[in-house]
Design a protein around this ligand. Structure first.
Ligand code: GLU
Length: 551
């Protein structure tokens, strides 16, 4: 008779480590009461998804708010989906958002005592656990070919029963160990399956940190735990890794809810206490009136890189995501006049369940507030960095005269209610290009949107505006503008004009508008006095001459 012990030895002769040794090597962490150990565990399959940034932020905040540990694990066991090098992008992008792991996989080497943090480097750990499960009769080799599995599926379809490898349909579950040994020795390819003792007629309950109690059908499927390439499946790797890395709360996407009974089944078989689960809702999008998940294929905003290319400050995106996570956050930002996430009492329990709807306007609102309130030097540094990678025209201007650009960014900034022009750094150049002479020449060429009226009179008004003072305060400047306006028939106040419109060409605001159109090229701009101050007398006068000559 072949014992389980002998079968285990035949399958994994090279594995000498026991579970007890692993328990000793990765002891429970000594952390204060209530401290949570969380992780973000992406697969290196391309780019950082907006939903993944959301999940990692929640994971990070949960650990930080509780004085715990947040770590990063690379789930690279699906070698077919792995994209070489994308792990570095993931880590770099997360770092860009300040989501730095206390422990985990780093391309230049792991950090922390609970590694390796890259699943492909953990094969011997998984195998050690599997060897023990085989000894205990809770795992077995399965020799089914894809064709065999197809045949099982067909038989299930015909009998109108649920698909899967369970009960009588688990073909190799009850092979004798002699038969197993014979097939292994004959070189038949195998995978390892978990032997479930669950009962599909019964329910499994667990408490989700966001959703409360969840009740699902118990697992009775003998899932594959080790593939033929020697690497584990997600189900098994999750259980082993989160046990030995001593995770206390699994923050993962809600698509994993239906698999949770499988995971709990394995935790039970191994005699391990399962961590808490918090299944994070997906970010949804409204598409022709229907809600659907943000899709990698259809939605550019599904990739975090999209926001970075547009120049949304990372803080704006995080703040926006936090407003989706905790619906009381926006109110908090207003009450505390702050967007500092580390000061916000984030609570995982308050995460709204109905899938959060992606809302570009809301993101823009937060982003405008954040850019407007950013100290000038900080804004300038971020704009400079952005322009270098994404905005050639702006970059050229910054390289040519950084101080000039800085002055422009400072318009109406240093005050209680700063001006909120930019939702993203890509908005900047189109709004400020008139400051640069070569761009202004193009604007002039395209024609200026003056109001209908006497062109000669307008030219003479504009030429007179060359006498406006420079270097005075705004009040004095405005008085001078009124005076010039009055000379040309403009009322010095709107009130006077309204009282007697027939007597005037317009009011002082029409006069300011004409000057604005001449200098800026549109009838909307920030404070004209500040604009002229930055342009300086020489440029202003040259522009007024050029415009007047064309009228
Ligand atoms: N690698 C899995 C995923 O990307 C991780 C799920 C989890 O956090 O456990 O969906």
């Amino acid at each position: 008779m072949v014992t389980n012990e002998e079968l285990a030895e035949l399958l994994f002769p090279e594995i000498k480590t026991s579970i007890d040794e692993l328990e000793a090597k990765y002891p429970p962490r000594s952390l204060p009461e209530g401290a949570q150990v969380t992780r973000f565990a992406p697969s290196p399959t391309g780019f950082l998804h907006t939903g993944s940034l959301f999940t990692s932020m929640i994971s990070y905040m949960t650990a930080k708010k509780s004085g715990g540990v947040y770590f990063f694990r690379l789930e690279d066991t699906d070698t077919k989906r792995t994209i070489e090098g994308s792990e570095r992008d993931l880590i770099d992008q997360l770092a860009h958002f300040g989501i730095n792991a206390d422990e985990g996989f780093y391309p230049e080497g792991d950090k922390g005592e609970y590694g390796p943090y890259r699943q492909s480097a953990r094969a011997s750990i998984y195998k050690a656990v599997i060897k023990e499960l085989i000894r205990k009769g809770r795992a077995y080799p399965d020799f089914c070919t894809p064709e065999d599995l197809d045949a099982i599926r067909k038989a299930q379809e015909e009998s109108k029963v649920l698909p899967g490898y369970y009960g009588v349909y688990a073909r190799d579950r009850n092979l004798s160990n002699e038969e197993r040994v014979a097939r292994i020795n004959a070189g038949t390819p195998w995978v390892i399956r978990f032997r479930s003792e669950g009962d599909h007629e019964r329910k499994t309950k667990f408490v989700d940190a966001i959703r409360g109690e969840i009740e699902l059908q118990d697992n009775d499927t003998d899932v594959v735990i080790l593939k033929s390439d020697g690497l584990p499946t997600y189900h098994f790797a999750h259980v082993v890794d989160d046990h030995f890395m001593r995770t206390t709360m699994i923050t993962r996407g809600e698509e994993w809810i239906p698999s949770t009974p499988i995971h709990l089944d394995m935790f039970r078989a191994l005699g391990w206490k399962a961590p808490k689960y918090a299944h994070i809702p997906s970010i949804m999008k409204l598409d022709h009136g229907n809600k659907r998940k943000l899709s990698k294929r259809k939605d550019p905003e599904a990739a975090v890189s999209y926001f970075l290319e547009q120049g949304y400050p990372t803080q704006a995106l995080l703040v926006y995501l936090m407003s989706i996570a905790n619906s009381n956050f926006e109110e908090w930002t207003i009450a505390h006049k702050s967007f500092d996430l580390s000061a916000f009492p984030f609570s995982i329990k308050k995460i709204a369940l109905e899938g959060a709807l992606f809302d570009q306007d809301k993101l823009n609102y937060f982003s405008k507030e954040i850019i407007a309130r950013m100290p000038l030097e900080e804004e300038f540094e971020l704009v400079k960095e952005y322009a270098k990678g994404h905005d050639e025209a702006l970059n050229a201007q910054i390289e040519r005269d950084p101080e000039y650009v800085k002055k422009i960014l400072n318009i109406e900034k240093d005050r209680k209610n700063p001006r909120k022009d930019y939702a993203k750094f890509a908005d900047i150049y189109p709004l400020i290009r008139f400051f640069f002479d070569e761009e202004y020449a193009k604007i002039l060429e395209a024609g200026l949107p003056f109001k209908e009226g006497d062109k000669k009179a307008l030219a003479s008004l504009l030429l007179d505006c060359k006498n406006l003072p420079f270097g005075t305060d705004e009040q004095q400047w405005f008085e001078a503008l009124k005076e010039i306006g009055a000379k040309h028939g403009y009322a010095t106040s709107n009130k006077d004009y309204k009282a007697n419109p027939e007597a005037y060409v317009g009011s002082v605001s029409d006069c300011a508008e004409a000057l604005r159109v001449a200098i800026v090229g549109t009838n909307q701009s920030p404070n004209l006095y500040e604009i002229l101050g930055i342009l300086g007398k020489e440029k202003t006068c040259a522009r007024l001459d050029a415009v007047a000559a064309r009228l």
